[in-house]
Design a protein around this ligand. Structure first.
Ligand code: HEC
Ligand code: HEC
Length: 242
């Protein structure tokens, strides 16, 4: 399994990824200065064996299956698009995305450079998703579910897709299969400014209230994960680590 992954890197401080509605310039919130967007593309041939070794560091928190926790403290990484994984890793490494917990474990001195990052990302992409991820409190048929569906379809579908499939090329995260509490916690962090994200996503979140976001996250947590992307059972354990 030696696919060539095209990894979109956004290593440089304050440089955002271009997206579908790419604007040439955005502005730094602190200084108001215009910043040109630059996208760096590098082709790597990842070494999955080496990625497995690096993943043993990540598994301490994200668990050997990379399924994270239903309580939302650790996201499920399995199934996520490679470009999204890479971008988040680089953002957390540089401090652009704050995670005091994870930050020390993803530094160059701890796990290495771009080659090692692409190895671990490629390894994660081989893992099946949790067939029983954490879902929101409002089931299909309830008013809250329908309200979340309406918000999602109006405001989120253009980037995250009808079934929460995201977009690898544009580094839009897959929401499908992600633990509900993680989704809702991230939306709250984005709305409160604790997590900085691409301007279009941020503007949409600012225009909605916390209740609408919670319901949209609830709706997203019920997206169907394709069978072929999931582990056969929720008791599946990653044989590389068990
Ligand atoms: C000490 C615990 C810890 C370790 C070790 C750790 N992480 Fe994380 N990781 C986290 C937490 C907590 C978050 C969520 C951060 C937040 O709340 O914004 C996270 C988030 C992420 C995300 C963002 C996912 C998303 O959908 O937003 C990626 C990708 C990731 N980790 C990959 C890794 C990889 C790869 C490694 C190993 C090299 C690793 N992590 C090691 C705790 C950890
Ligand atoms: C213009 C495109 C766009 C729209 C519209 C959009 N998003 Fe996003 N969303 C993104 C991007 C890009 C990211 C990743 C940001 C980053 O780089 O950290 C993201 C991140 C997220 C995350 C964090 C996922 C993770 O794994 O860390 C959640 C949850 C999310 N969006 C939900 C929503 C919801 C719900 C809506 C509608 C209310 C929405 N988004 C609308 C582009 C968009």
């Amino acid at each position: 399994m030696k696919a060539i992954y095209q990894l979109v890197l956004s290593a440089l401080l304050c440089l955002a990824l271009s997206n579908a509605q790419a604007v040439d310039q955005s502005s730094d919130q602190a200084t108001g200065q215009a910043i040109k967007k630059i996208t760096i593309k590098l082709d790597f041939i990842p070494n999955i064996e080496d990625g497995k070794t690096t993943f043993s560091v990540c598994a301490r928190c994200h668990l050997p299956e990379a399924w994270g926790n239903v309580d939302g403290t650790y996201p499920q990484l399995a199934g996520q698009h490679v470009n999204v994984l890479m971008k988040q890793l680089l953002d957390i490494r540089s401090g652009r995305r704050q995670s005091a917990l994870m930050h020390p474990f993803v530094q160059q001195r701890t796990i290495g450079g771009y080659q090692e990052l692409s190895n671990v990302v490629a390894y994660i992409s081989t893992l099946p998703m949790n067939p029983d991820h954490g879902k929101g409190p409002w089931r299909k048929g309830s008013d809250e579910y329908s309200q979340g569906q309406k918000v999602y379809q109006q405001y989120c579908v253009s980037c995250h897709g009808k079934n929460g499939e995201g977009n690898n090329e544009l580094a839009y995260p897959k929401l499908q299969g992600q633990n509900f509490l993680y989704l809702s916690q991230q939306l709250r962090q984005i709305k409160s400014g604790l997590r900085q994200v691409n301007q279009a996503m941020s503007a949409i979140v600012q225009g909605l209230d916390y209740e609408q976001l919670e319901k949209a996250a609830n709706y997203a947590s019920y997206f169907t994960v394709p069978k072929e992307d999931m582990a056969k059972s929720k008791t599946w354990r990653n044989p590389d680590f068990h």
